[in-house]
Write a protein that binds this ligand. Structure first.
Ligand SMILES: [Zn+2]
Length: 313
């Protein structure tokens, strides 16, 4: 029997003589904007579980930028292998431990939240199980992708910085090391913004120690913002994946009185055009992808969107 068939019973008008009219029952909303507030709250509450370890990681990664290794960087114009191996190892550990743990907790929380919403509809006993292979598969795969991304970003941004400093004729390994250290962990765009500010200050004739101090202060703010961005994005990825996976599981186990569908709820003050286009799609099948190519939020860093869902009967 098809799911929901029993609910499509004909609707009889109460007075006599009228022809029978068959009507479909209205869809049941499972999760909506109210649920997305839950998502936001969870992310804000758990942010520190990522921001603190990521800042710690950047600190450890910057310690390898010694005068000795920076001299090598100046001679070759390349990132020394000592930096690469420590950075790789630290990123891997950070993703496999901190991020994957945070994902699993977020998946478990949203999976349970969805189960609550499903059980409220029918007073049933659907339970979400975070040890499912679908969860493990997602976490392993996403973890691998994130490790590659973060590593490539880090190599790319410090390489660009190195080139910039060589062009600007920074020849002292001591000055250069002091300049690179606080920038480890930032994106290329951020690193270059600090580098340009430092070059401008140096051209004004400020002493290197002052230039570096100003750069470090600027970098500190950028680090704080980037840590928050990574935390919010990754918690949101986990939470939204759990949301969708829990719906899929509830559907496959026959807990839903009809066909479940999902929609994209654009979040934040000013959702971007990518997310608005996803939202404009309306309700689609759980397995379908939104126009951006995603199955669920996030669509980009700092994306504040979430999923909604309903049961079509
Ligand atoms: Zn978005």
């Amino acid at each position: 029997m098809e799911l929901g068939q029993t609910f499509e019973t004909p609707f009889y008008l109460p007075w006599a003589g009228m022809p029978q009219i068959e009507e479909k029952a209205a869809p049941i909303i499972i999760t909506d904007r109210k649920f997305s507030l839950k998502t936001r709250k969870y992310i804000e509450d758990k942010k520190a579980s990522i921001t603190i370890p990521v800042k710690k990681m950047w600190e450890i990664q910057s310690e390898v930028v010694t005068v000795e290794t920076t001299r090598k960087a100046l001679e070759t114009g390349k990132i020394p292998k000592e930096w690469k191996s420590v950075w790789r190892k630290e990123i891997r550990e950070f993703v496999r431990e901190t991020i994957e743990t945070a994902w699993l907790k977020a998946i478990s929380k949203s999976g349970d939240d969805v189960a609550l919403a499903v059980n409220r509809i029918q007073r049933k006993q659907y339970e979400f199980d975070v040890t499912m292979t679908s969860v493990k598969g997602w976490v392993d795969h996403q973890g691998g992708v994130l490790i590659v991304d973060l590593t490539a970003q880090q190599f790319g941004s410090i390489h660009a910085l190195l080139q910039h400093q060589i062009v600007f004729q920074v020849t002292s390994p001591y000055v250069l090391a002091e300049r690179i250290k606080p920038l480890v962990g930032l994106t290329k765009k951020e690193v270059m913004a600090v580098a340009r500010a430092m070059s401008a200050a140096a051209e004004e004739g400020l002493p290197a120690a002052i230039v570096n101090k100003q750069g470090a202060t600027y970098a500190n703010t950028l680090h704080k913002n980037r840590a928050a961005r990574i935390a919010r994005t990754e918690l949101s990825n986990g939470y939204n994946f759990g949301h969708l996976d829990s719906l899929k599981k509830a559907a496959s186990e026959g807990w839903l009185p009809g066909v479940p569908e999902k929609d994209w709820i654009a979040g934040g003050q000013k959702p971007c055009s990518i997310c608005l286009e996803n939202q404009a799609m309306g309700y689609i099948a759980l397995k379908a992808t939104f126009p951006s190519g995603h199955q669920h939020a996030t669509a980009h860093p700092f994306c504040q969107c979430s999923l909604g869902s309903r049961i079509r009967r």
